[in-house]
Design a protein around this ligand. Structure first.
Ligand code: FUB
Length: 337
């Protein structure tokens, strides 16, 4: 069962600068990028569809995306309207979960997971000449794609990579054999945990240039983090950024509710576990992105404070993120300075 995180709602009133930045819609899973000199945010659009809560996330029944932009953190946030609706995606049936975006040669690409008519999560792509959309979807999902939470990383050499995958409702545990099985299969508690996946994108940004590979997360002794290590093992919400030539993989630990991170020396990893970026927030899920803007680093994330704690009705927030001189990240708490 989903477990309630016992952060008092009154904590929001004591918070410092962590108010939702969008209050007329519920928004979650914010993927932030700097395009055309502004911060653009590509979030999920939460709404109340009436589907009861379950462990597979059926209550996250989102049907469209809005894109938002701002000229400065703390400034006015512009809603660019509906960027893509599930009814306009030929292959998608429901559950438009956490998206991301990328730009190449003046075209903007929106990557999004959704369940197909067989109830299997796939990842699709849609294009636009405007970072705010609207986006035109491809007729089919990306060949070889599966599961959820696509995150696009552009490396300094101009290569683009997609990280993806999420366990439980994200179905990653059904793909460990290499093809989809209709039941959940997890490794034993003392065996390496299920890993997020990476695939380099092809030149046209519409397909994978390689078969997705595992992104291995190691502990301090160089051993893969195991399934039973719930405080550190990967659950969902992969994000990669680069700081001073080090690759940072950050992700949600799911049922232990942190955004944790690991570092490596190339996009494929392995990555070594380093610590916590963000402590648990109000609501079950934790999902974020990290972006540099005008010389400062920011963590975009969400919580359920605005909805009074409803886990499927979340709101995007932002906090400045700071590094220590050794490159480790200072842990943030949504409700404290
Ligand atoms: O928003 C639906 C799902 O909840 C996302 O795909 C996960 O990362 C979690 O935030």
């Amino acid at each position: 069962m989903f477990t309630w995180i016992s952060i008092p709602l009154s904590a929001q009133e004591n918070s410092t600068g962590d108010k939702p930045i969008i209050t007329d819609l519920y928004t979650a899973d914010p993927s932030a990028h700097v395009f055309e000199g502004k911060i653009y945010i590509y979030p999920s659009h939460d709404y109340e569809s009436g589907i009861p809560e379950d462990d597979m996330g059926s209550h996250f029944n989102m049907q469209d995306y809005h894109v938002f932009s701002m000229n400065k953190v703390g400034g006015t946030v512009k809603d660019h309207g509906i960027a893509l609706h599930v009814d306009d995606v030929p292959w998608a049936a429901k559950q438009m979960w956490a998206p991301d975006a990328a730009e190449k040669n003046g075209t903007y690409y929106l990557y999004f997971p959704a369940k197909d008519s067989d109830g299997i999560f796939r990842i699709g792509v849609a294009t636009s000449s405007d970072p705010g959309g609207p986006f035109k979807p491809e007729d089919k999902p990306i060949e070889g794609s599966y599961s959820i939470d696509p995150a696009i990383f552009k490396d300094s050499d101009g290569s683009y990579y997609m990280y993806f995958g999420g366990i439980w409702g994200g179905q990653l545990q059904r793909w460990e054999s290499g093809s989809y099985v209709g039941e959940d299969v997890y490794p034993p508690a003392d065996k390496p945990a299920i890993n997020p996946k990476i695939a380099r994108l092809s030149g046209d940004m519409l397909s994978f240039d390689e078969t997705p590979k595992d992104v291995v997360i190691l502990d301090e002794d160089g051993n893969p983090i195991v399934t039973g290590d719930n405080d550190r093992r990967y659950f969902e919400a992969a994000w990669v950024h680069k700081y001073k030539d080090v690759y940072y993989l950050s992700y949600s630990t799911g049922d232990t509710h942190t955004i944790s991170y690991a570092t490596g020396d190339n996009p494929y990893g392995p990555f070594t576990y380093r610590g916590v970026v963000l402590n648990p927030v109000i609501g079950w899920t934790n999902h974020h992105s990290i972006v540099e803007y005008k010389g400062k680093w920011y963590l975009f994330f969400h919580d359920s404070s605005l909805s009074g704690g409803k886990t499927h009705l979340r709101s995007v927030k932002v906090k400045e993120l700071k590094y220590n001189p050794d490159g480790t990240i200072q842990t943030l708490d949504a409700y404290k300075d």
